[in-house]
Design a protein around this ligand. Structure first.
Ligand code: ATP
Ligand code: MG
Length: 410
């Protein structure tokens, strides 16, 4: 397996995701804000993406892929070539033509949809993609939580009227809540926030409570009320303005998603109209919905770790099982049999069969990498048997490979 685990974290690393993802070999830094997703990191991202894909398809989203190199003219249509100057990477080709590297895709979606939407019969529609975003972040730190080049899933929807848009906005909000639950978060809040360069209206952020988060949120300990510090008027400890019962708590948090009811802001800029049933021209109503994929992988590590390493939730772990072979004489075939049985049962196995590495070092790597289940084959466990230890628990137990497979599959 490429690469090896590292004993030391980079000197600059402060956050858990930076230290552990680098040491365990999930990511590698090229420069500030720019990361390679190594084979195991890429596996985790694949799992995250698959969960998101299933939930996007469930709400009628259609997956596609849009380009990252954009002509200046398209950004002039909304005035964001100037307005988003600080975040956008801009470049000129040898003939002097100007381009932007994608920091988001609203303008590209508008250009696309305008070619195909003419009548109310063409609406509603929802398209999404997984792709890279480039943002000129002044302080790219906190490991992979803030990149200058990072991965996002962005969904865009178009509707005939505001009611249909807002109904879909609520459907998307529910799908997002489900996604973050499936990814293992039990502490993700839906938070009201301001719109930034996207919309003048309020938006909703999905915030995971974590001390290392860059955001500060205020939320009620009794109802669903939650607001970003940018819009919350008040302080921690006051009575909740919504339910009038609970107390407002303050917490640091990591923004993992953000949804925006754009309404007709972009449709007006692009002249995206359709003919309604009476044949009158109306502006389409738009929504956009983002999830920070690479930031999510970092957020999971911020929430799920201990002093030894990562503790992946089952749904996103790079492998289901970490199989360790302690090379007592004659045990080689037992390890091979175990590997084959597990693989046949559809269980993804990381098999540590390194020679000249002590059992202690192998176990330390298990704890660092953080796969939920550790299986050991050794002279002590005996033929056809394995020792099972869950990453999140202390105790071990020995059982037949068949029984262990059963207990892992449920
Ligand atoms: P932030 O406030 O953290 O800078 P943002 O509000 O500008 O983020 P959005 O435009 O809402 O980001 O992008 C959608 C999602 O993409 C965010 O919710 C976040 O999870 C992720 N994201 C945004 N910027 C970055 C970044 N620089 N690195 C990694 N992920 C990011
Ligand atoms: Mg945001």
């Amino acid at each position: 397996m490429f690469p090896k685990t590292l004993r030391e974290a980079p000197k600059s690393a402060i956050t858990a995701n930076h230290k552990f993802l680098v040491r365990a070999g999930f990511v590698d830094q090229l420069m500030a804000g720019s990361w390679t997703l190594l084979p195991m990191g890429w596996r985790v991202v694949g799992k995250i993406n698959q969960i998101i894909r299933e939930e996007m398809n469930n709400i009628g989203g259609q997956e596609m892929l849009m380009p990252l190199l954009h002509p200046k003219e398209i950004w002039n249509q909304t005035g964001r070539w100037e307005a988003a100057d600080e975040v956008m990477y801009k470049l000129k080709d040898t003939r002097g033509k100007e381009y932007a590297l994608s920091f988001t895709h609203e303008e590209i979606v508008m250009d696309l949809v305008k070619k195909f939407v003419h009548s109310y019969k063409d609406l509603p529609l929802a398209v999404y993609h997984f792709s890279t975003k480039f943002r000129n972040e002044p302080r790219a730190r906190s490991g992979i939580l803030r990149g200058r080049e990072f991965m996002m899933k962005d969904l865009y929807s178009a509707h005939t009227d505001e009611k249909d848009l807002m109904d879909y906005y609520e459907i998307t909000k529910k799908a997002y809540v489900k996604i973050f639950k499936r990814l293992g978060f039990t502490n993700c809040k839906v938070v009201e926030a301001s719109g930034g360069v996207f919309t003048d209206k309020h938006t909703h952020e999905f915030q995971v409570l974590a001390d290392t988060g860059e955001d500060t949120i205020f939320y009620c300990n009794s109802c669903d009320f939650a607001q970003n510090h940018e819009i919350f008027e008040g302080k921690a400890g006051v009575t909740c303005p919504d339910c009038k019962k609970g107390k407002i708590l303050e917490s640091r948090a990591i923004e993992v998603g953000n949804i925006f009811p754009l309404k007709d802001k972009f449709s007006k800029a692009f002249g995206l109209t359709y003919k309604d049933k009476k044949g009158e021209d109306k502006f389409a109503q738009m929504g956009c919905y983002g999830i920070g994929i690479s930031r999510l992988m970092g957020a999971i590590v911020e929430v799920y770790n201990d002093d030894k390493g990562i503790i992946w939730p089952k749904t996103v772990s790079p492998f289901n099982v970490h199989l360790v072979h302690i090379e007592d004489p004659g045990t080689e075939p037992w390890a091979k049999d175990t590997y084959e049985k597990l693989t046949k049962a559809g269980i993804e196995v990381l098999w540590d069969n390194r020679e000249d590495v002590t059992a202690g070092e192998k176990f330390a790597d298990c704890d660092l990498i953080g796969i939920p289940a550790r299986l050991v084959v050794s002279g002590k466990t005996g033929k056809g048997k394995v020792e099972l230890k869950m990453r999140s628990e202390k105790q071990t137990r020995v059982g037949s490979v068949d029984n262990v497979i059963k207990s892992l599959s449920v």
